[in-house]
Design a protein around this ligand. Structure first.
Ligand SMILES: *Cc1c(COP(=O)(O)O)cnc(C)c1O
Length: 426
């Protein structure tokens, strides 16, 4: 297909886009900057600025400590209810608190404690390293009584269900997986894997960090036990915005929070000297929540709910397919290969492309001196370029222009001008 034809196709798709108005609801100071890293840090919604300003100036500045009774105390639960709608959970099953890693620690601990007697934890080698670190740390804490069994992906892109069937056994206490893999974007069949775990009597914990806000999720329909997820990626909560955790209702009474603090106590303001765990999901809180950070999440959650996850997913699939069409035309003959599943039903909302010179190619993409536009992707060791698509603000034309810049960098070997030494944050 000719470049002109591919571009006019993008223009048509942007014109027909039912979500196109949402782009205007984000701060986009430089429209020529193509941001394909919303899967690491989502853009800033315009409304978030005023919303956080209210939290600071009025609630903190004027109402001072009275604000605790005027909304702050309920904030973790109130926003948890909104997230519950996005992940197909009941409102009293989700809470906003801490980081994803800390939440994973808390509920994986609770799961291992509940499943005492079982000696294995199953995960995979595509999982986010922090998740594996947490599990490794827990094993030490439980006195090295568990083994971490990693399903090894044959191609680094997809999981193999028959292999998973083989390693999930009666000994398995917990299966802990990322719903969408952070590098390859591979998406597990949540219902199927949950059922596999349950058939062996194991608990399952889904990390939704790379799927929440990007793909439809129904924890209830899948009958999932536990979940955690990040809010600063597709949920645009801002740098370091607190994560969420989900514990299915019937497990809440049985599970313990290993970090007992006053916010998870039955009645914190009685200042009882002995901890009595609170009922319900609130027991998974520990200390005072980061009120200002959490407030930054709300306008974006409202926007995702308003747009509807179905429409977001549909656009995301069309955009990722379009991106792959361009890669097919221009990049795969230049030493690139696809690092994500070929079919959109099997992946989340980012695409990985692999090249031996991926790092230097990323440097050239970001460089304003190359081509007409700055393109921000992200690089993941050793050879992945991740191109994140956030349907609420990414346009088809941006995808075209980003891929055109990649083509230029490859055809003219522009990446050779850059050093191979890595920056601290890549
Ligand atoms: C982004 C991400 C995290 C982030 O963890 P934090 O503790 O919030 O830094 C964890 N797990 C996965 C799968 C992620 O993608």
């Amino acid at each position: 297909m000719s470049a002109n034809h591919l571009l006019s196709h993008a223009i048509d798709l942007d014109n027909q886009d039912v979500l196109k108005a949402y782009r205007n609801l984000f701060v986009i100071k430089d429209p020529s900057l193509i941001y394909l890293d919303g899967n690491s840090l989502g853009r800033l919604p315009v409304k978030t600025i005023a919303h956080m300003n209210t939290t600071i100036q009025e609630q903190w500045g004027e109402r001072l400590i009275r604000s605790w009774n005027e909304g702050w105390y309920q904030q973790s639960m109130r926003l948890g209810k909104k997230i519950a709608q996005i992940i197909g959970a009941h409102p009293e099953e989700v809470i906003v608190s801490d980081s994803t890693s800390v939440n994973l620690y808390k509920i994986a601990y609770g799961a291992l404690k509940m499943m005492e007697g079982r000696s294995e934890i199953v995960s995979d080698d595509m999982n986010f390293p922090s998740d594996l670190y947490v599990l490794q740390g827990l094993i030490k804490q439980f006195g090295n009584r568990h083994t971490l069994r990693l399903h090894k992906s044959a191609d680094g892109i997809s999981a193999d269900m028959t292999e998973l069937v083989r390693i999930i056994k009666r000994k398995t206490a917990l299966v802990s997986l990322s719903h969408v893999a952070f590098k390859s974007s591979y998406m597990y069949d949540m219902e199927r894997v949950t059922e596999l775990a349950h058939m062996q009597g194991a608990l399952i914990l889904w990390d939704l960090s790379h799927s929440v806000g990007a793909v439809p999720i129904s924890l209830r329909k899948a009958n999932a036990d536990l979940a955690v997820g990040s809010t600063y990626k597709y949920l645009n909560g801002g740098p370091g915005s607190p994560a969420f955790l989900f514990v299915r209702k019937d497990l809440q009474e049985k599970m313990e929070n290993p970090i007992q603090g006053w916010f998870g106590e039955k009645s914190p303001f009685e200042f009882n000297l002995h901890y009595r765990q609170s009922g319900g999901i609130r027991k998974f809180l520990t200390g005072t929540p980061p009120v200002v950070s959490i407030s930054g999440l709300e306008p974006s959650l409202d926007m995702v709910l308003d747009a509807g996850i179905g429409a977001i997913r549909e656009k995301s699939m069309a955009q990722s397919d379009y991106l792959i069409t361009l890669a097919d035309e221009w990049l795969f003959k230049q030493g690139f290969r696809l690092g994500s599943p070929e079919f959109s039903e099997k992946r989340g909302s980012h695409i990985s492309i692999k090249h031996a010179e991926a790092y230097r190619i990323c440097r050239a993409l970001i460089d304003p001196e190359v081509g007409e536009r700055v393109v921000i992707p992200d690089f993941r060791e050793p050879n992945n370029i991740r191109l994140g698509i956030t349907p609420l603000y990414t346009t088809f034309q941006e995808i075209y222009l980003a891929m055109e810049k990649l083509r230029l960098i490859m055809e003219e070997k522009i990446y050779e001008r850059y050093p191979r030494t890595r920056d601290k944050v890549t």
